[in-house]
Structure formats: structure tokens, C-alpha cells
Design a binder for this molecule. Sequence first.
Ligand SMILES: NC(=O)c1ccc[n+]([C@@H]2O[C@H](COP(=O)([O-])OP(=O)(O)OC[C@H]3O[C@@H](n4cnc5c(N)ncnc54)[C@H](O)[C@@H]3O)[C@@H](O)[C@H]2O)c1
Length: 351
Amino acid sequence: MSDPLKRVAIVGSGNWGSTIAKIIGNNIVKFNTFENEVRMYVYEEMVDGRKLTEIINEEHENTKYLPGHKFTPNIVAYADVVETVKDADILLFILPHQFVERTCNAIKSHVKPGAFAVSFSKGFYVGKDNTVELLSTAITRLLEIPCYVVMGANIASEVASGTFCEATVGARNYEHGQMVKGLLQTEEFRIVIKPDTEVIEVLGALKNIVAVAAGFSDGLGYGDNTKAAVIRLGLKEMVKFCEEFFPGHHPHIFLESCGVADLVTTCYGGRNRKVAAAFVKTGKDIKTLEAEMLNGQKLQGPDAAAEVKEWLKEKGQANKFPLFTAVHDICERRIEPTALIDALRYHPEFW
Ligand SMILES: NC(=O)c1ccc[n+]([C@@H]2O[C@H](COP(=O)([O-])OP(=O)(O)OC[C@H]3O[C@@H](n4cnc5c(N)ncnc54)[C@H](O)[C@@H]3O)[C@@H](O)[C@H]2O)c1
């Protein structure tokens, strides 16, 4: 008797979640190992007087978070997260990281034995006592299942449009890694599997902090040379963070899509850079700009900067990461945006 078909569930339906749903809806029918139907958890909201789940199931489009792109009809929207994950063998977490814990708590007694998770979210998990942990570690702890990661230079709207790009899957389990690759890879979206799961995830979170710094630099009116310095010194801090706290990874991991490529993309495109530039130019606070500029989408960089500051404080290492800590202090208005340039000028790199 052949193995039962595996069921995939997508937890999240924002800009990236909807993009991944578009890809998987097309890809999954090519395999005879997966159920064709893919349930997608949609945080319910009204859009133009209609429920978003209703719009997605009737029009096969997420008109709020990924307008202009059609899903295949096998993508089915559910407002109930427990119904979404019930019987699923593979749970793809594509939520803004702020919502991961409460979502895991809601589903934890409904996860199928033998299931595994994949996190596409960029950020850290902060516990009630301010302890900071990787999201994949938190998902594994809360759901008691393995959790792999997918990171890369992927601005969702470009991926959805099918322009060429690549991503990195972090998985030490070969069979599971291949399944994730099979679900995601297309001619235009190429996937590399690497075993350095923790570092791959950390890079995805840290690059958003550097993108905020790049946005400050743009907002202050600096040019490409300064931004290149932000990117280089930011990358140095990213590498140092990984070496200090996640030793043992392959040094070439920084050359994968999850490393330098994602960093460059985010420092030129992406919402963190855009909002940070507006923060400097308008004098408005981050939350106000997020609400005004992003149509319900969430920012990751300022939160990641706060989480990393907490992490570094706990380890007594904040002074070794002046760019990361300056970004947080600027977001909190403890220092002026121009102090970013001091963080570059007096960086330990030049001592
Ligand atoms: N958008 C991208 O280009 C991109 C690319 C790669 C990775 N990512 C990562 O993917 C993750 C998801 O980002 P996104 O772009 O899909 O989301 P998004 O910012 O586009 O959308 C926000 C989502 O959060 C949902 N939401 C709002 N309140 C909620 C609540 N209380 N509980 C649960 N959900 C709630 C909204 O319904 C919406 O689906 C993030 O960690 C992001 O860093 C995004």
C-alpha cells in the first residue's frame, strides 16, 4: 500500500504568505505525494465590506495583501487556525513574528503527530521574562515538532510576479528539506538547502535592522557610499553575532541568498528601509508611519532591533554591536538619527 498523501497548511496570508500560497498552489499538483488542497489561515478582517476569507475563496485573490495575483482554486482560506492545521503534515508559518506565539498556543493540542513546521518569518521571539530565542526554537518548544526555515532575498511582490530569484532552506533532515524544496522551487525561484538552520534564520532577522540603518542614511540625504558602509559594517555585525552565539556554521553560509543577497535587497527595496527614511524626513514615530504607509503590513526591523538589544544586554555584549544598538536607540528617539553616522565613524572596525 502506498503512503498516505501529505497535507500542507499555510499559517499566515500577508504579502509573503500569499506569495508562497500562489507558488505552492501551482507546484503541489505536480506531485503525487501531497494532497492538492492547501488550507491557508487568514486573520479575518473586512475588506471593502466583505470578509477577506470570502474574497479569497470566491475570487482566488488576496485583494488586500497581494492584489493582482490569482491563487489556484486548491488554496482554501480559513479564518479558524485550528481547522487550518488539523490533519496537516507540514505547517508553513508565514506570520509577522509578533503573532507566532499566540498562534502556536491556539493550535498546540491539534497538531498531527509526526508533523513538521517551516518558519518563513523574520524576527526573534521574546518571552514574558524578556528572554530572546529563535522563532524556530520557540515553535519547536511550543508545538513539540521539528521546525526548519526558509530565508532569502525575496521581496514578495517580485517573487509573486515571477522575476528570477533564489532562497535558502535551512534543514538538517534531508527528506524534509527535499519536501520543502519540492513545494517551493520553480524555474524562477531556485532553492538551495543548507544545514546551518540557526544562522540562516538569524541572518533573516538581523538584516532588517541593517535595512532600518540604510533607511536612516537615505533619509538623512547620504548617498551610495555611505549606504555601502552601512551594508558592510552591518554585515560585519551580522557575521560577528553568528560567530559569538551560533558557532560551528559553515563560513560560506553568508554568501547564500539568506546572507549577503537578502541584506542588499532589503537595504535598497523593502518596507523597513522605506519607513526608516520617512522616520527621519517626517519626524513621525515608527508606529504611526507603519499604519500610514503599509496598509496593514507589519514592520520587522525596529522590533528586531529591540529584541537584539535585549539579547546583547543579557549577554553583556551590546558595546560590540554599535550599529545594531544605534538603530534601536534611534527608533526609540533616545538619540538623533545623525548618531548613526557616529556609530559608523567610531565603529570597532576602525580602532
Ligand atoms: N513581504 C515580504 O516581502 C517578505 C519576504 C520574506 C519574508 N517575509 C517575512 O514573512 C513574515 C510575514 O510577513 P508578510 O509580508 O506575509 O505579512 P504582512 O506584513 O504583509 O501582513 C501582515 C499579516 O498579519 C496578519 N495579522 C494582523 N494581525 C494579526 C493577528 N493578531 N494575528 C495573526 N495575524 C495577524 C494580517 O492579516 C496579515 O496577513 C514576516 O516575518 C516577514 O518578515 C516577508
